[in-house]
Design a protein around this ligand. Structure first.
Ligand code: BT5
Length: 242
């Protein structure tokens, strides 16, 4: 599968630009990638700031639903985490996925993903925004952060883009694991951190403690609470307690 790459020097956010160009992609049969050297208004989930220091990697992949070899898109966040883990594993050994799709190195966050969906007439598009700390990382975040450079890896954003496209091109590959839910879940679990551990899940208005038992076939986290009840969590921030 082929990506068309659209490169920018400086923009507000690669996800915002992706949304703005969607109308032009109606008749397109390629996936698109937007990259920028710097972005002024990088965002995470819940509209939180993604600190976007120049020298780091910012990109958004635009997927047209119709071009995907599978219909059920609930697992896009989980598949994206696998591809991102595979990308970073080209550079460093001890990457782990933190549910649902952060990548940690030595327990510190090096990468985050923001997935948004947009409906335009009869078409549905998914925007997979990816930030990777290549040369620097912010201090005093919700979760400790790191960068490839700090972990001893020296590479260019061009090289990261090349590796990332190789992995993410499997989104369009009907012979790859992306068409098989069980394989997706198993691959994700092999690369994940924290399964079986005590965790805290912080959501907008509450926080819950328990044991991270598993993820279900839609990528939800299954948490065993202290009273043994299993609850399904679809969104939140997880913190390891042991
Ligand atoms: C994410 O959100 O981790 C998704 C980040 C996606 C960023 C990319 S960059 C290209 C594209 N364009 C955009 O505008 N966004 C995408 P979340 O799980 O909500 O994590 C956000 C939290 O991570 C913040 O509240 C901070 O605590 C922390 N954080 C912010 N910047 C960080 C960084 N550079 N490195 C590590 N942690 C960071």
């Amino acid at each position: 599968m082929i990506f068309d790459i659209i490169k920018f020097e400086e923009i507000e956010s690669t996800n915002i630009t992706a949304k703005n160009i969607i109308n032009d992609l109606k008749s397109d049969s390629h996936f698109k990638i937007i990259t920028a050297k710097s972005q002024q208004n990088g965002r995470g989930r819940y509209d939180r700031e993604w600190v976007s220091e120049e020298g780091n990697f910012f990109t958004s992949i635009i997927l047209k639903k119709e071009l995907l070899p599978f219909k059920d898109t609930n697992l896009l966040p989980i598949i994206s985490a696998i591809f991102l883990h595979d990308t970073l594993s080209e550079y460093i050994d001890n990457c782990k996925i933190k549910w649902p799709n952060d990548i940690l190195i030595n327990g510190k966050k090096i990468s985050g993903v923001l997935i948004e969906s947009i409906k335009s007439d009869n078409d549905i598009f998914y925007i997979i925004g990816i930030g990777i700390n290549n040369t620097s990382f912010p201090k005093e975040m919700l979760y400790p952060a790191t960068s490839l450079k700090y972990e001893g890896v020296s590479t260019s954003n061009e090289d990261i883009l090349k590796q990332l496209m190789r992995k993410f091109s499997n989104f369009g590959n009907s012979d790859s694991f992306v068409v098989d839910k069980l394989q997706i879940i198993n691959r994700w679990k092999e690369k994940a951190s924290g399964i079986g551990n005590k965790i805290e899940i912080r959501q907008l208005n509450e926080s819950i403690n328990g044991i991270f038992k598993d993820i279900d076939n839609d990528g939800n986290l299954l948490l065993q609470k202290n009273n043994n009840e299993i609850v399904k969590i679809s969104a939140g921030d997880i913190f390891m307690l042991d």
